[in-house]
Design a protein around this ligand. Structure first.
Ligand code: ADP
Ligand code: ASP
Ligand code: MG
Length: 462
């Protein structure tokens, strides 16, 4: 059904290909999916102009029990009664995916990734069916959709697949013919060529939801979770954190990339690329009196911009130091090319020239999950690179401050270095970019550092 992304051809079957990178100009039709559907009988396009579409996503805690699922059904009913066509995306019940992952690991240390996907995708299959039943019980037409039924197609990177396309034909037909609520199992898709089930990486239901909102040309995508919006930092570790009314796409992308787990990074990339207005809000308030939450939107839609919008932290970093590496051309490539080829993302890099000017120390960070693999690769290259010792540390954390206001203000990071020094926090590595800076510190100081920076930039709740 899916045509190549760069074909420039009209997608006659209503397929909506896109990538998470920059959208190729040759395929602008994913946005207005209704234009590309087969024109048979009633024009879906005319219908879609009459009724707006809404995507609602409910995370694990929102569907943790049957009572919570009944509560979700009331939130959906409210929107249907307000006149929307609704596509709901659900996660597995909270804790379920962890359990399924643990089962795979228990079954075999070296498990087949394709079977891992078959196992872990099952959590969402359960909740999609249960919510459809709960909605029917309220008198609303509803049906469940698995990723392969839509189909939501992906590449074959099992365990962290990227979405290639979403075919909205069946869902739109359900809207048109029966005003049927589409209850979609998040987190999962299908690799069209092999016909195998795939999953989108942990937290991937957020990405399913935004992708479906883009494909259905939805008015907005509401991400319901256990917090009532995006906060200046994780409210679980800083009680003084404040809820933000609005966050710019770019800032949310950095916050998510730097560890704010409230949204999966790829979901923010998609929302930004396809300009999907996305709200983060809670399913725990009264379904008849809901709060809007936080809007993720274009920078131009934010009136009062602070210098720093948020502080994030990630314990998902490990540090590697190579001592006394030869200081000559080609050494950086000898270290980092093999890591890149093994799909290991290197983040912070520091090179120190030592006294003798012929050798240097190189320190960098990799995701904790790739630490052992990175060490094994580098140990295998020891003679080639010529280092004297390899040291590693996993008890480190990366703390980042993010804000588009940094573009126009100097000395923002320098203030943080001073404040951290005054608290006795030693900085192991630093990186900066246009709208963020990050420091790598000992993990024992995580809370102290996050709270210090949160106060320093005036983010504490009064
Ligand atoms: P869901 O299961 O609904 O997808 P998640 O656990 O993935 O929910 O995301 C919600 C959690 O994200 C919150 O409980 C909160 O602890 C955490 N979080 C981290 N950083 C932030 C932040 N800046 N704002 C709001 N929540 C955050
Ligand atoms: N259930 C999956 C997870 O726990 C996907 C999600 O909840 O977004 O990672
Ligand atoms: Mg989540």
């Amino acid at each position: 059904m899916r045509l190549p992304v760069d074909s420039g051809t009209v997608h006659r079957h209503g397929c909506a290909p896109f990538s998470t990178g920059v959208r190729p100009d040759a395929s602008p039709l994913w946005l207005v999916l209704s234009q590309t559907l087969p024109v048979s009988g009633n024009s879906l396009r005319v219908k879609s102009l009459l009724m707006k579409t809404l995507v609602m996503k409910f995370g694990g805690t929102s569907v943790a029990t049957l009572d919570r699922i009944r509560n979700v059904a009331l939130h959906v009913k409210r929107e249907v009664e307000a006149g929307y066509h609704v596509a709901v995306v659900v996660s597995a019940m909270s804790g379920k995916t962890n359990e399924l992952v643990a089962w795979c690991k228990d079954a075999s240390a070296l498990y087949d990734q394709r079977e891992y996907d078959a196992v872990v995708a099952s959590g969402e299959q359960v909740t999609s069916g249960l919510l459809a039943i709960a909605l029917q019980n309220l008198g609303l037409p509803a049906r469940s959709w698995q990723g392969w039924q839509i189909p939501l197609t992906t590449d074959d990177a099992h365990g962290s697949a990227r979405i290639a396309g979403v075919d909205g034909t069946g869902i739109l037909e359900g809207f048109r013919a029966r005003r049927e609520v589409a209850v979609i199992a998040g987190f999962q898709g299908i690799h069209a060529e092999s016909g195998r089930l795939t999953t989108l990486g942990r937290g991937g239901s957020d990405t399913s939801a935004v992708a479906i909102a883009a494909a259905l040309n939805a008015e907005r995508c509401d991400i319901y979770t256990d917090v009532d919006g995006v906060y200046t930092t994780d409210p679980r570790i800083v009680p003084k954190a404040q809820r933000l009314e609005r966050v710019a796409f770019e800032e949310m992308l950095e916050m998510a990339s730097m560890g704010a787990k409230v949204l999966q990074v790829r979901s923010v990339e998609l929302a930004m690329t396809h300009r999907v207005p996305t709200y983060v809000r809670t399913s725990f308030d009264d379904p008849n009196d809901p709060k809007p939450g936080t809007l993720i939107c274009g920078e131009e839609d934010i009136v009062e911009q602070q210098i720093i919008t948020g502080i994030a932290y990630s314990k998902d970093e490990a540090q590697i130091t190579l001592r006394r590496v030869a200081d000559k051309p080609g050494i950086a490539a000898a270290i980092f090319v093999p890591l890149a080829e093994a799909n290991i993302n290197v983040d912070m890099i520091i090179q120190v020239v030592s006294d003798d000017t012929t050798t240097t120390d190189i320190t960098f960070t990799v995701p904790t999950a790739d630490f052992e693999r990175a060490k094994t690769i580098l140990e295998g290259l020891r003679t080639l690179i010529g280092y004297t010792s390899l040291q590693g540390a996993t008890d480190v954390v990366k703390v980042s401050a993010i804000g588009v206001g940094m573009r126009s203000h100097a000395g923002v990071a320098a203030r943080a270095f001073k404040a951290l020094a005054e608290k006795g926090v030693n900085i192991r590595a630093i990186t900066t970019s246009e709208i963020k800076f990050s420091v790598l510190i000992d993990s024992a100081y995580t809370e102290l550092a996050v709270r210090t920076l949160h106060s320093l930039y005036g983010l504490d709740k009064a």
